[in-house]
Design a protein around this ligand. Structure first.
Ligand code: CP
Ligand code: NVA
Length: 304
């Protein structure tokens, strides 16, 4: 590669400046309008994205694959089952090899350290498609969705109800980068990482009472109580989170114009009731669609 562009990775929302992130969200909305108008836009002709999935996916896989095709490039799906990664070839060697052949690599894996190692040995941009620590691509789509429905999120109040998990960590980073107030309501023992909470300073507050967190909030967000890799903790987690289900009564405490988001997949009757997920103030289907537009903006930024 003789490209003189400085190498950038998107492993975490903090890897980009607030200006860059807001630029991606605005560009995502432009790309969405172009796509809906049937306008072809193929700046990535001839470019290839490798996608390594060590966990399941519907939205991330399809949005990246369709997005690359729309931008004129192509994407390849790699699972550890069918590659030498699954037979013990080191991440460092995989990064060295893949990045000599493709233009960008997206990875969904368990330990965040694995993606950092990959990025260290990669000659091409690496995108985090979810780790146990965070899910930054989802936040681009979430910020786009909120902005499209209600305008700028800066200065608003967001309530996170449930697990202090990877999505919660990305909401905390987003509170810092997009300048909103975040109230995290989680049961004792399921708090987000205190170092991540500290990064957001006064913008993030941990509360135990979900009703108090949701009070007059502009946006209410939740996620599964059992993330990928935690299947064995199912019974214990369902018990711990029983009071943290987002139902209509809880959502009615939010501001009258409040929206509901969920990265999906959702488990109706667990973290959210069906009447909330399927109601008009739930914009989860727009949110899912926006994964594709937001990631197209990201790919264009990194590779264009
Ligand atoms: N929200 C999200 O990342 O969905 P998938 O697990 O289907 O990719
Ligand atoms: N917290 C969930 C998000 C899925 C997109 C998980 O990690 O499984």
């Amino acid at each position: 590669m003789t490209d003189s562009k400085p190498l950038r990775h998107f492993l975490n929302l903090l890897d980009f400046t607030p200006q860059e992130l807001n630029g991606l969200v605005a560009r995502a909305t432009e790309l969405k309008a172009m796509h809906h108008a049937g306008q072809r836009h193929t700046p990535l002709t001839g470019k290839t994205l490798a996608m390594i999935f060590e966990k399941s996916s519907t939205r991330t896989r399809v949005s990246f694959e369709a997005g690359m095709a729309q931008l004129g490039g192509s994407a390849m799906f790699l699972s550890p089952r069918d590659t030498q990664l699954g037979r013990g070839e080191p991440i460092e060697d995989t990064a060295r090899v893949l990045s000599r052949m493709v233009d960008c690599v997206m990875i969904r894996t368990f330990e965040h350290a694995s993606i950092e190692t990959f990025a260290k040995y990669s000659r091409v941009p690496v995108i985090n498609g979810l780790t146990d620590l965070c899910h930054p691509c989802q936040l681009l789509a979430d910020m786009q969705t909120y902005t499209e429905h209600r305008g700028e999120i800066a200065g608003r109040t967001v309530a996170w109800v449930g697990d202090g998990n990877n999505m919660c960590h990305s909401y905390i980073a987003a509170a810092k980068q997009f300048d909103f107030t975040l109230r995290v309501a989680c049961p004792d023992g399921y708090d987000p990482d205190p170092d991540i909470v500290a990064l957001a300073g006064e913008r993030c507050e941990i509360v135990r009472d979900p009703q108090a967190a949701v009070d007059a909030a502009d946006l209410v967000v939740t996620d599964t109580w059992i993330s990928m890799g935690q299947e064995e903790e199912k019974a214990r987690r369902e018990q711990a989170f029983a009071g943290y289900r987002v139902d209509r009564a809880m959502l009615d405490r939010a501001a009258p114009h409040a929206l509901f988001l969920h990265c999906l997949p959702a488990y109706r009757g667990k973290e959210v009731t069906a009447d909330v997920l399927d109601a008009a103030d739930s914009v989860v289907w727009d949110e899912a669609e926006n994964r594709m537009h937001a990631q197209k903006a990201l790919l264009e930024f990194l590779l264009g």
